[in-house]
Design a protein. Structure first.
Length: 308
């Protein structure tokens, strides 16, 4: 079900579409959980679920007459009223405003609220001057004369994202490039159009990957990339101390600890990382060298270590 007003294949080239693709890329990168496009949700393009919150996103590329978004402008577009309704409905709700143009008054108030230890500090320290107290009073009026404490709570859950179109396009590509095996620009457009095709459905990372798989796009497998493996080997060789001699006449000095580490790293039930610690001179470096060289002989990719 495409949105009215244009073909879906052009959505990926629009500002709203690029921001949608940016958020879907965050899901693939495991920085968000799911997304749901709600074209009939008053005043919002979609909501994004994170581990501890639900974010309602309002995207406005720019004002018709340029300049920044004042509180008056945001009120005229019903953005502040819509934010107030969502923020008042649940403490788990957050609101995000995205545009190429800044919203300095709202951004400044929200930032001060989050930096305040309490409402009292916000009121008596951060917005003590008339320059800041007046916009706050105006905001309380816009929110149907909410109490100042309620308005303070709303502000702590508002975020402003000011980003130009070229930077947004680049940001989407930078997130996707190390994740997908394919052209990140093409994938970004697929993601934007997927959101339109799946309106009213909550899309998780699994759903998005399944759709990309149908389009012939797979997750990038770094541990099979010969260029990556070569870089890892070179890094390991540089960090493996060449001056520690763990052999006598070419034979290993058997260390029980080395075998314990190897067993843990090889076990399918254990994490592929082991912390080796101990006092100076107990043989940590010897253990590390034995483990690393043994794994290298088995062609097991491994990253450089940190000796403690």
């Amino acid at each position: 079900m495409p949105l009215p007003g244009g073909a879906t294949d052009k959505y990926g080239n629009r500002y709203e579409g690029r921001w949608t693709a940016f958020c879907m890329a965050q899901i693939l990168d495991e920085n968000a959980c799911s997304i749901r496009l709600e074209p009939h949700e008053k005043g919002f393009e979609f909501w994004l679920r994170r581990k501890d919150r639900i974010e309602y996103h309002q995207v406005k590329r720019q004002k018709s007459r340029g300049g920044g978004w004042t509180l008056r402008n945001l009120e005229h577009e019903s953005i502040l009223q819509n934010f107030g309704n969502k923020l008042g409905a649940s403490q788990d709700n957050y609101c995000v405003f995205i545009s190429t143009q800044s919203a300095p008054e709202l951004d400044n108030l929200a930032d001060k609220a989050r930096r305040s230890a309490s409402f009292e500090e916000f009121k008596n320290v951060f917005i003590k001057s008339e320059e800041h107290s007046t916009p706050f009073s105006n905001l309380c009026q816009i929110w149907n004369y909410r109490s100042e404490e309620e308005a303070f709570d709303y502000l702590m859950r508002i975020y402003i994202r000011t980003i130009d179109e070229d930077t947004l396009r680049t940001s989407v590509k930078n997130i996707l490039k190390p994740i997908v095996d394919g052209d990140p620009s093409a994938v970004a457009e697929i993601l934007a159009n997927l959101a339109l095709d799946e309106i009213h459905k909550e899309l998780s990372a699994h759903d998005i990957w399944q759709h990309l798989k149908i389009r012939g796009i797979k997750r990038r497998v770094w541990n099979k990339d010969p260029h990556v493996l070569s870089k890892v080997d070179n890094c390991t060789d540089r960090n493996l101390p060449p001056y520690y001699d763990a052999t006598i006449a070419g034979k290993w000095i058997t260390r029980d600890e080395s075998q314990i580490v190897l067993d843990k790293l090889r076990s399918p039930d254990s994490k592929r990382a082991v912390l080796i610690s101990g006092d100076a001179g107990v043989g940590k470096s010897c253990i590390i060298k034995q483990v690393v060289e043994t794994l290298q002989k088995e062609d097991v990719p491994l990253w450089h270590y940190l000796e403690i």
